[in-house]
Design a protein around this ligand. Structure first.
Ligand SMILES: NC(=O)c1ccc[n+]([C@@H]2O[C@H](COP(=O)([O-])OP(=O)(O)OC[C@H]3O[C@@H](n4cnc5c(N)ncnc54)[C@H](O)[C@@H]3O)[C@@H](O)[C@H]2O)c1
Length: 321
């Protein structure tokens, strides 16, 4: 049995409440520290409504009321963190607010308890460097909302203890999330760097009159995003090209390099880099299993196609009814 039972969330806004739901849904006792009396009053209603929705979608084990009863809201930091095994800070993305809060957390939370921050782009070294127990601080950046988007990026600072990162990895796995280790601090981590690359190009395409905003969204919604909901960008091109990603890089690499240069970017896919990427893909999927995986991808896309067809029928019924 895991000793991991109590979670403290600091900040009961969008992400704090959504994280609380995910921990409570997995059976943990959660206390939310929220300094605004208005927010404190609103949170129980928000939690109830979302749990009802999750229950109606068949995504909740147990009664919504039982899960809701695992979450308490308090305006006092010290009572929120008493006996907790993990703290997740979810206050606004402002360095001074986070620095001040971590200083308080350090005073009130037992020295072995990991202190995570949900920060979207600020690395912990921006606000935890001065702490005496900074080795237990790291980023745990979720997608929004974390009860529907399982990935969580764990980003240690150079001073973070590897054992704390390992413990947080198992805690987040235990509550049904999908932790990813970001090996060193970079602005935006991986999630927002990937999102940023696509958004930067999308803005350029609209600026240059190549496509409308709606058509850029459509290319992702009815195209790229369908595959990305079952496989990532590396696996996508690995499965698109017979011979795998090495063959893809050979055929398409020069075109992608020209596109990058058009935007002032010069990061060629060197032979060594492509060899490294291909070796990592082949370790996951040997080429003799390539055809089977392509079939698997297509079956996944068929499930999605069925869901979209049913949704379109529902939408039609909704608008005509
Ligand atoms: N919204 C997103 O899509 C998203 C996604 C991932 C990560 N994040 C990150 O999560 C963090 C929280 O974002 P959010 O969107 O939930 O913000 P939010 O503004 O919705 O919520 C912040 C909450 O913190 C409270 N607060 C402020 N100072 C406090 C303090 N000192 N002690 C306790 N509570 C305090 C506020 O009253 C508010 O309720 C940010 O770092 C943000 O970048 C946001």
């Amino acid at each position: 049995m895991s000793h991991f039972k109590n979670v403290a969330i600091a900040g009961g806004g969008s992400i704090g409440v959504a994280f609380a739901l995910q921990f409570a849904r997995a059976g943990k006792a959660v206390r939310i520290f929220e300094q605004s009396p208005e927010r404190c009053a609103l949170i129980p209603g928000e939690i109830g409504a979302r749990l009802e929705m999750l229950g109606a979608a068949g995504l909740l084990e147990g009664e919504a009321g039982v899960v809701a009863a695992r979450i308490q809201v308090t305006p006092e930091l010290h009572s929120a963190v008493a006996d907790c095994h993990l703290v997740v800070e979810c206050v606004p993305e402002i360095v001074d607010i986070k620095r001040e809060l971590f200083a308080q957390l350090e005073r009130h939370v037992g020295p072995d308890v990991p202190l995570c921050s949900a920060s979207s782009a600020l690395p912990v070294s921006r606000f935890c460097s001065e702490l005496a127990t900074r080795q237990r601080c790291l980023i745990a950046h979720p997608g929004n909302p974390p009860y529907l988007i399982p990935v969580v990026e764990l980003v240690p600072a150079p001073f973070t203890d590897a054992a704390v990162v390992a413990r947080c990895t198992s805690y987040f796995q235990e509550v049904g999330m999908s932790p990813v280790l970001v090996k060193h601090e970079v602005e935006g981590f991986v999630f927002n760097r990937l999102q940023g690359a696509l958004l930067r190009e999308a803005y350029c395409l609209v600026r240059d009159g190549v496509a409308s905003v709606e058509d850029v969204d459509k290319v992702v919604r009815d195209g790229l995003g369908l595959r990305w909901s079952v496989i990532g960008p590396f696996e996508t091109v690995d499965l698109n090209t017979r011979g795998g990603i090495a063959a893809h890089a050979q055929k398409m690499g020069p075109a992608y390099q020209r596109m990058g240069q058009e935007r002032g970017q010069n990061d060629p896919w060197t032979d060594a880099l492509v060899q490294d990427v291909a070796a990592q893909r082949r370790a996951v999927l040997p080429l003799d299993q390539w055809e089977a995986r392509v079939e698997w991808r297509d079956r996944q896309l068929m499930q999605l196609a069925k869901m979209r067809k049913a949704r379109a029928a529902n939408d039609d019924a909704g608008t005509s009814g």
